[in-house]
Unconditional design. Structure first.
Length: 567
């Protein structure tokens, strides 16, 4: 028996009022400075952290509770660490006691009702209703070498979050966007008919200045959630997720467009178990044509994280991608059983992925982390000396290290990360079942058939100043116009060139080197003035694919945390 996803979601959520509900918080937006702060403090201290850092986004309630525990613990935090805690407490003041909230109030609110606290344009605090309202703004201008037209991002929006009766929480934001990107990003949009992180889009042609290859699109996310029991919470919404400790994720990242989802989270003892069901699109609206309904596909995902000790955790991941002519497969609602067993009972028509990840904090300075993702792997094929490089051994590896307060310098944080993805990984014999959404990867932005090294240095000399440098070196293998060498998961793997002798970088070999420097000054809470420099060079064995990008930009942001376009 099958049913459309929205129907069973309504059925499931309709049963929830029969149980006792408790309050739950909305989440910290992905890429917010809070994530780096929590990461630092989790490595530096032994204070029990209620957060399982691999599972993002973080609950604001958990973040505030952890910050308060750190603030009251008997430990020698630096002055800068205390200032980081103050930032978190300001940013999540709805989860502070009344006395603390009063301490963090703005002494000079605007017209008595606006910015009564540093973090929020408007807020409501009553026993039965809490709400926070904030504007969103991102204005960026950049000049690219050898390009007479300006690059720009013009994004405006509104964000609202809150809770009702201490039982139900909600979040919504919408951002209207016009943008013209660097040449390599524009090439990605033209190749895949999708703007990274966005859905429906159209060409943008302003009267002034006169530009080409600019885009107009909206990005919206929203969810409503509640606690089913003390340890189990339910959330229904439209948004993105991220699993892992790295700059990249090989399991699930926030690169693609927002998607419709139902999330069930269970936290008990040292476990955090997450069930995530998503309704996605296998193509973009440009491929479907005007006013046509997009086809649907679905993902059922389990992720179980276990803290062996407060400093060591491991996790198991599994996901199944399937399409059923706009219908959900009921058997994948099972929250416990391994999906590979279910998928086999159905005739093995779907794309099953499994993975492992974890981290280990050492010496209050270092974190080791990693991921393994297995799309398909047959040991007997790997052991045959005369049949090496079997196409069906599809997997991805990540290994990384973080070094906090490097060389004894307070708030100088370093990170080194290696990622490798075999050819044809994330693809399927049915191209609709690829691990993608809206023609965008759900994991790494380089898709597959590559290996890369990323280095990041982040320094905060004061609470208002942040300097971040990033370097990336990647070895990739592109497809040709007629040959599928495993670089694009949107293609079915039945079109592969050969069965054996497949290795990372095959096809049209290329190297990509990227260096970026971002400097930000916080003018007021979550209002930033930005300056950036980006250099990117792609060298391909086919000269026509070579590309060189050099740009410098300035900008102003308010309550927005866009991810870098490092690919």
């Amino acid at each position: 028996m099958h049913v459309h996803l929205s129907r069973w979601l309504l059925l499931l959520t309709g049963l929830c009022p029969s149980v006792v509900l408790l309050a739950q918080a909305s989440g910290v937006p992905l890429n917010s400075p809070t994530y780096h702060i929590i990461d630092r403090l989790d490595i530096l201290t032994d204070v029990a952290n209620p957060i399982h850092p691999e599972i993002k986004y973080y609950s604001r309630q958990d973040v505030a509770a952890y910050a308060q525990a750190l603030d009251t613990a008997a430990m020698n935090l630096s002055r800068r660490d205390r200032q980081d805690l103050l930032y978190i407490l300001n940013d999540n003041n709805e989860w502070l006691p009344d006395s603390s909230r009063y301490r963090l109030r703005n002494r000079r609110p605007i017209f008595r009702n606006f910015y009564r606290s540093a973090a929020n344009l408007f807020e409501v605090n009553t026993p039965d209703f809490q709400m926070r309202v904030n504007p969103l703004l991102n204005l960026q201008l950049a000049q690219q070498q050898d390009d007479p037209e300006l690059l720009f991002e013009n994004q405006r929006g509104l964000e609202v979050r809150g809770a009702v009766d201490g039982k139900v929480f909600f979040f919504t934001n919408i951002v209207e966007s016009q943008a013209r990107y660097a040449d390599y990003v524009t090439d990605r949009i033209l190749d895949y008919q999708a703007v990274p992180g966005a859905g429906f889009y159209k060409a943008y042609r302003p009267r002034f200045p006169n530009v080409n290859n600019a885009y107009d699109f909206n990005v919206a996310s929203a969810y409503i959630g509640l606690h089913v029991t003390r340890h189990v919470s339910l959330q229904l919404g439209h948004g993105r997720h991220f699993i892992g400790n790295g700059y990249r994720s090989l399991l699930l990242s926030d690169y693609a467009n927002n998607g419709f989802y139902l999330k069930l989270s269970t936290r008990v003892w040292r476990f955090h178990y997450q069930n995530l069901f998503m309704e996605l699109s296998p193509i973009s609206q440009r491929q479907a044509g005007g006013n046509e309904k997009l086809p649907k596909k679905y993902i059922a995902l389990h992720y179980l994280n276990y803290k062996i000790t407060p400093r060591l955790s491991v996790a198991f991941f599994e996901a199944t991608v399937f399409n059923r002519s706009r219908q959900f497969e009921w058997q994948y609602l099972n929250p416990v059983i391994l999906y590979r067993t279910v998928e086999g009972m159905l005739g093995s028509p779907d794309n099953v992925l499994i993975g492992f990840d974890g981290h280990w904090n050492l010496l209050r300075r270092v974190q080791l982390y990693g991921q393994v993702m297995i799309d398909e792997f047959v040991v007997s094929q790997a052991l045959k000396p005369d049949q090496k490089g079997w196409w069906g051994n599809k997997f991805a590896l990540q290994a990384g290290v973080k070094y906090i307060n490097a060389f004894g310098v307070d708030h100088l944080d370093l990170q080194l990360e290696f990622n490798a993805v075999r050819p044809y990984t994330y693809s399927h014999y049915d191209s609709l079942n690829s691990f993608t959404h809206f023609n965008q990867p759900l994991a790494h932005p380089l898709l597959s058939n590559f290996q890369e090294v990323i280095g990041i240095a982040r320094y905060q000399p004061s609470p208002r100043w942040t300097v971040e440098g990033r370097m990336m070196h990647a070895q990739t293998g592109d497809n040709t116009a007629t040959e599928n060498w495993g670089a694009n998961p949107l293609l079915n793997y039945g079109s592969r060139v050969r069965d054996f002798g497949n290795e990372i970088g095959q096809g049209v070999a290329a190297t990509i080197d990227l260096a970026a420097l971002n400097v930000s000054w916080m003018l007021y809470h979550n209002i930033y003035v930005d300056a950036k420099v980006l250099l990117r060079k792609k060298n391909s064995v086919e000269n026509a694919r070579d590309q060189s990008t050099k740009l410098f930009g300035l900008g102003l942001r308010m309550n927005m945390w866009n991810a870098g376009q490092d690919f």
